[in-house]
Ligand binder design. Structure first.
Ligand code: PEP
Ligand code: MN
Length: 367
């Protein structure tokens, strides 16, 4: 696999894919696209033609008619175009209307049957296909969808990170869980990675922050939704920005050197890294000591026939640690996540202690 950055980039710098969440009318789409081209920042125009909506009765896209408008926008601006395809009919329609880039949405990559059907329809086609992560944080499923398209010998393949669904409150519409795209890049070092801050944030005011973070994490580009009149958009109104705002956002992103100095090249950084290494060792030491105490508590509970999960004790731990963490500049979200992982490990260990059936092991060994 080779990187497709050159394939998509017109203006140099990070690849910028932009356009409305949905094509709504000919005028809305073409005006948006022309204004985007005028920013001289956008490399590829996007538009949703068939919209996968959570609830029936919402606007489900204008359908193939919108592809004619997008083709017109392509002719007027000279820019490449991208649309989401979710089935074979969409693929044929998009190919017929000269679309340059197809992407599979988060609700499609979650379904191997759908991905395979699209892969079969694209066998050997000279086109670019971008795979959004599945809605749920399953890296193997994301990897599998990429493999299916690669196996079909599609010319150019890349990935789009759009965050993962959540249950409960969060500042994000789809929390980014950056470790997942980072691991995907380790699995496919040449893969072009685009970040979609619009669907991660679900709102306008945090788009720049997430875009900057993506670029700092070495993403090759961004997909950001834009609209001539965002407040009146027929879908995802809260997260769309005007072409003018997009231009300002693109100009505000700081491009840092992607290469970190090697050991010995920068004394200041070496010292900071040494400090981190020491603290990491201390953390591991502390965690190991904490687990030893957990095991002792497990033995005590077993002896005294006390249940593993004591919710009030857990709530007390969280409350105390959040207060302490906040006073030391750590976020509540981080403390709760960190302690939840520790708690889960403690429960697993205590369960092993309380329910280890030594007599069963002996019987199985005998047989
Ligand atoms: C979109 O890009 O408009 C879209 C529907 O995205 P996702 O598949 O990430 O939800
Ligand atoms: Mn959208």
């Amino acid at each position: 696999m080779k990187s497709i950055n050159n394939e998509l980039s017109v203006h140099g710098g990070p690849i910028l894919i932009s356009g409305p969440c949905s094509a709504e009318t000919e005028e809305q789409l073409i005006t948006t696209c022309i204004q985007l081209a005028e920013t001289k920042k956008v490399d590829v125009l996007r538009a949703g033609i068939w919209k996968p909506r959570t609830k029936p009765g919402s606007f489900e896209g204008v359908g193939a008619e919108g592809l004619k408008w997008l083709d017109q926008a392509k002719k007027e601006t000279g820019l490449k175009t991208a649309v989401e395809v979710a089935n074979v009919k969409h693929v044929y329609s998009a190919l017929k209307h000269n679309v340059d880039v197809l992407w599979l949405g988060a609700r499609t990559t979650v379904n191997p049957f759908a991905v395979q059907e699209i892969a079969d329809a694209l066998e050997g086609v000279d086109i670019t296909v971008l795979l959004k992560n599945p809605v749920n944080p399953d890296i193997d499923l994301w990897e599998g969808s990429i493999e299916r398209i690669l196996k079909a010998r599609v010319k150019n393949v890349g990935a789009i990170h759009r965050g993962f669904s959540k249950y409960g409150a969060s500042n994000f519409r789809n929390p980014p869980q950056w470790q997942i795209p980072i691991e995907l890049k380790q699995r496919f070092p040449e893969l072009t990675m685009i970040c979609d801050p619009s669907h991660i944030c679900g709102r306008r005011d945090t788009l720049l922050e997430v875009s900057q973070e993506a670029i700092d994490l070495n993403f090759d580009g961004l997909m950001i939704e834009s609209h001539i009149n965002p407040d009146k958009a027929w879908s995802d109104a809260n997260q769309q920005i005007t072409p003018n705002e997009l231009q300002k956002l693109a100009e505000s992103i700081i491009i840092r050197d992607s290469k970190l100095p090697l050991k010995g090249e920068n004394i200041e950084l070496d010292l900071l890294r040494q400090k981190i290494n020491i603290l990491d060792s201390e953390l591991i030491d502390i965690l190991s000591k904490r687990m030893e105490i957990t095991d002792n508590i497990g033995l005590y509970k077993k002896k005294n026939r006390i249940k593993i999960l004591q919710s009030t004790r857990w709530e007390e731990i969280i409350e105390r640690s959040v207060t302490e963490g906040l006073s030391k500049g750590l976020s509540k979200e981080f403390i709760v996540k960190f302690l939840s992982d520790i708690h889960l490990e403690s429960i697993t260990r205590q369960n092993n202690i309380m329910n280890s059936n030594k007599w069963l092991d002996k019987i199985l060994v005998k047989r």
